[in-house]
Design a protein around this ligand. Structure first.
Ligand code: AP5
Ligand code: MG
Ligand code: ZN
Length: 225
């Protein structure tokens, strides 16, 4: 399956992307995580991306489009993929629509994880990530971690763009630049929305159920041909 995960900062795209990746056995591709990995490794891409990310602005479209196109050409995407945080602008969505036929693929669904702005700010301010491996935690859910990553023992830190001020700016950027992408997919008839303000497992079960419906409709469509 080829999926796009959408939603406000903090909606749970990364959390659900990891779970869906295991369930569907396809890679979870987060452009934000790719940029953060590039920043950690210290190359020119990371330096360029950091200028924008730390201010809560979007990285320019040409850079984001290029890293995604290159990633989708890798062998592990042959069976499908879950994109998280891309596309974030209408030009990115158009670029994806142009790139997929070359790979013999089409999007099955854009899943919109809905939360309120208040919930987004709460979750962002409670989030910590591992400065070594990038694993994400909610501080409020994991008081036992005591500042260390459960995966690798690395120190847990706040993302530089997770201050309240920058988070509020990211919400504005979402409404201005990313919200139109929801309309774009709604017009294509592939947008599905889930209530993201429930426990992680319930949100996951809801997404899985909606994807099963889509698959069923695709099977009926194929059988009718
Ligand atoms: P990115 O890393 O994609 O950030 P984002 O979209 O702002 O989303 P987040 O990662 O903040 O939230 P999420 O939805 O993944 O939530 P999570 O699962 O972590 O992008 C960062 C930056 O990179 C952008 O601002 C931009 O500069 C740049 N960028 C990236 N892609 C780009 C592109 N295509 N074009 C241009 N620029 C781009 O969950 C949040 C917290 O809540 C966690 O602590 C989690 O444990 C917790 N949580 C999750 N689900 C639940 C639940 N159901 N109940 C309670 N807590 C929950
Ligand atoms: Mg994320
Ligand atoms: Zn770690």
């Amino acid at each position: 399956m080829q999926l796009v995960l959408m939603g406000l900062p903090g909606a749970g795209k990364g959390t659900q992307g990891e779970l869906l990746s295991e369930q569907l056995d396809v890679p979870h591709i987060s452009t934000g995580a790719m940029f953060r990995a590039a920043i950690r490794s210290g190359g020119p891409l990371g330096a360029k991306a950091k200028e924008y990310i730390d201010r809560g602005e979007l990285v320019p479209d040409d850079i984001s489009i290029e890293i995604v196109k290159e990633r989708l050409r890798q062998d592990d995407c042959a069976r499908g993929f879950i994109l998280d945080g891309f596309p974030r602008t209408v030009p990115q969505a158009i670029a994806l629509d142009r790139a997929l036929p070359e790979l013999g693929k089409a999007l099955d669904a854009a899943v919109n994880i809905e939360i309120s702005e208040e919930e987004a700010v709460r979750r962002i301010s409670e989030r910590v990530i591992c400065s070594q491996c990038g694993a994400t935690y909610n501080r409020a859910h994991h008081p036992e971690l005591d500042g260390r990553c459960a995966e690798c023992g690395g120190p847990l830190v706040q993302r530089p763009d997770d201050t309240v001020e920058t988070a509020l700016h990211r919400l504005k950027v979402f409404m201005d630049q990313t919200h139109p992408v929801l309309t774009y997919y709604a017009e294509q008839g592939i947008l599905v929305s889930v209530d993201g303000e429930r426990p992680i497992d319930q949100v996951f079960q809801d997404i899985v159920a909606q994807l099963e419906k889509i698959r069923e409709a695709q099977r009926r469509g194929e059988a009718a041909r």
